[in-house]
Design a protein around this ligand. Structure first.
Ligand code: MTE
Length: 326
């Protein structure tokens, strides 16, 4: 069945993210000499190019497929789910541009089939998995989680996928596996807007015990549908107690490592984006406060919760000074 892609969600980043924050992040990229694109965009005086470049294109049957979900759990304390239109038209996916509407406009170029994920490194059973085998192998769960971006906006999303820990266990990590590194696809043919905005490919990492925590999740869909491309199809990480940038999109490689792997934003600015990046209202970003956030679609800011409201992860950080290990 073919469906028409909906028109762009009519909220610009200037209405959601405090202006100094989104301006600063772009200015910062420009200062780092990383964003000719970001500079041009800021100079044009419009915060977000409209998402309408996707115009007229119809989603394929695979892109609009409804998923069969075995179990559903609300892990956001009954908070209202953010409308899907907002979640799919206000994105960060820098491979497709720096404007919040760019991923919805441009990510149609992403080819999600064929798609494989290579799992290797410090493990006894490395392997390459085809995304369609993943769909067959794992009964899908839906988990409603809060998602808090480091920029100060947040959403509540029903993610569809499966727990990361049991998935990783089947590759038999060795005792030397202390961390798990994740790598996104980077293909300039499919991501022509990326340019040299960031060092590619986008990379993220977790400590192995964080990766094995029952809240850590691999998402293949949202709202009962296959993952929209702008949200990280066909497979993305979802770690609800960390800032959104840890939730890496369009994963092609997972590696067990002995040492902490490089992670994109930490490489770009280690003083601003730590390896851990747990949501923490008590540790401000050097250029803005993290005490409050604005939920997409709401007028007023609300207090940000420690670990984004998932206190069960606190034991993972017992004895760590979260100001140093931010
Ligand atoms: N993954 C890749 N490959 N590229 C990115 O630019 N942005 C990150 C994260 N994962 C990003 C990424 C950031 S900054 C955030 S806040 C979330 O994706 C946004 O997810 P969403 O667009 O689905 O809300």
């Amino acid at each position: 069945m073919l469906i028409q892609i909906k028109p762009p969600f009519p909220i610009s980043s200037s209405e959601i993210t405090p202006e100094p924050v989104y301006r600063d992040r772009r200015r910062f990229l420009a200062r780092m000499g990383l964003s000719a694109f970001g500079l041009a965009c800021a100079a044009c005086g419009r915060a977000d190019p409209p998402a309408s470049q996707a115009s007229g294109r119809t989603a394929t049957a695979e892109e609009s497929r409804t998923l069969s979900i075995a179990t559903r759990t609300d892990r956001a304390g009954g908070e209202a789910v953010t409308p899907m239109d907002s979640v799919t038209h206000y994105n960060n996916f820098y491979e497709y541009g720096t404007g919040k509407g760019d991923p919805a406009a441009n990510a149609w170029r992403l080819k999600t089939r064929p798609w494989t994920v290579r799992v290797e490194g410090e493990c006894e059973a490395p392997g390459t998995l085809d995304i369609d085998d993943l769909f067959k192998r794992y009964p899908l769960e839906e988990r409603i989680y809060r998602h808090r971006c480091v920029e100060g906006w947040s959403i509540v999303v029903p993610w569809d996928g499966f727990a990361l820990g049991p998935f990783l266990q089947r590759f038999k990590p060795t005792s030397r596996a202390k961390y798990v590194a994740f790598v996104s696809l980077y293909d300039p043919q499919q991501m022509p807007q990326a340019g040299n905005i960031l060092p590619w490919p986008y990379r993220e990492g977790l400590r192995i015990d964080e990766a094995m925590h029952p809240l850590s999740f691999l998402s293949v869909g949202m709202y009962g549908k296959v993952m929209p491309k702008q949200d990280g199809a066909p497979l993305r990480l979802t770690v609800p107690w960390k800032y959104g940038f840890k939730s890496i999109k369009s994963i092609v490689k997972i590696e067990f490592t002995e040492r902490a792997p490089p992670t994109t934003w930490n490489v770009v600015a280690s003083d601003e984006y730590g390896f851990y990046s747990n949501v923490n209202p008590n540790v401000d970003h050097p250029r803005w406060s993290q005490k409050t956030e604005r939920r997409l679609g709401e007028l007023f800011r609300r207090p940000t919760l420690m670990f984004n409201g998932y206190p069960e992860v606190a034991p993972l950080y017992a004895g760590l000074d979260l100001r140093t290990y931010f």
